[in-house]
Ligand binder design. Sequence first.
Ligand SMILES: NC(=O)c1ccc[n+]([C@@H]2O[C@H](COP(=O)([O-])OP(=O)(O)OC[C@H]3O[C@@H](n4cnc5c(N)ncnc54)[C@H](O)[C@@H]3O)[C@@H](O)[C@H]2O)c1
Length: 341
Amino acid sequence: MTRQVTLGLVGVGRIGVMHARNITALNGILNPDGVHLRLKLTDVAEEHARSVAGEFGADFLPSVPELIASGIDGLVIATGTATHPDLIRAGVDAGIPVFCEKPVAVNVAESLPVVEYIREKGGTVQIGHQRRFDAGYLEAKRAYDAGELGWIHSLRAVTCDMTPPPVEFLATSGGLFRDCSVHDFDILRWLTGKEIVEVYAKGSNNGDPAIGEVGDVDTALAVVTLDDGTVGTVSASRYNGAGHDVRLELQGSEGSVLVGMDQQLALRSAEPGIVFPAGTPHKTFAERFDQAYRSEMAAFVEVILGERKNPCTPEDAVAASKVADAAQESLETGVPVRVAP
Ligand SMILES: NC(=O)c1ccc[n+]([C@@H]2O[C@H](COP(=O)([O-])OP(=O)(O)OC[C@H]3O[C@@H](n4cnc5c(N)ncnc54)[C@H](O)[C@@H]3O)[C@@H](O)[C@H]2O)c1
């Protein structure tokens, strides 16, 4: 018997449209398991939202209260970061599971009351750290957990966009570490099971001066130290002309792995005669993590159905945000910063 699950999506901007597409696409994948997804959506940009609803066969609702009142089984939040706390509370108050794009709020101070609220009300909120569902990161974690890498001596994480998002978005994003590198901080914790305890960050602004004018940097690098003393680097840029480049290199006493070394890798070898990679580099995060975003949304449906434990809790997300906050502080002060326990 087919079970129907209705998802209510708030926000159909860059990532919201992708979620709408994935939710629609999941029907073909989930249907054989007897789940049919129905999509309802809203956005303050009404005309645009109506057109997205039309494109994906979704119902348009004029506001969040009306979306919730229309009867949904789960709320998907894909609005700008500053709106997350209120929308999470609205979903929790309605007694339905919530999926919210990362991060919980613009910084840790604003996230903690939200996490407390969720805990008090017994809410379920899955945060969107999609790399936890990416095949490459999953394989690296399997190899690490199985002891195939031995002990890790060096970690190198890279996240580079081809071009910056609009400056209006950057102005409210919390900065490059909170917006971009937070994914690397999350995945390092998730993969190693260790905490990042100290960060030393540097940044630069050689692209659009408008990025500096809103208080952000276009490129940055953080040296991170894990709780067992292991060191690593986490770097990010908004100007990677070669393509969208996301990698994680784990080098260990017994073996090494590189996540992201597929045929779409946005790097070419400088060695003569090497033809790898053969494909065209990914251009956007949506392309790079297509499979991961779908698996993440499928996981949320399983959470709604009570068939799966929450794969990324608000506490997980705040732990990564604490590292991002420390990195931002280090960037601004020029000294290493201990991560808040
Ligand atoms: N997981 C990832 O890889 C990833 C990637 C990109 C963005 N994000 C996160 O997703 C969120 C959205 O980012 P984006 O780039 O799609 O932003 P965006 O600005 O492109 O889209 C946001 C949309 O939300 C709508 N909106 C804003 N406030 C609203 C409200 N109160 N009610 C209804 N609609 C509202 C806007 O009109 C807009 O259409 C951010 O928090 C960002 O951190 C995550």
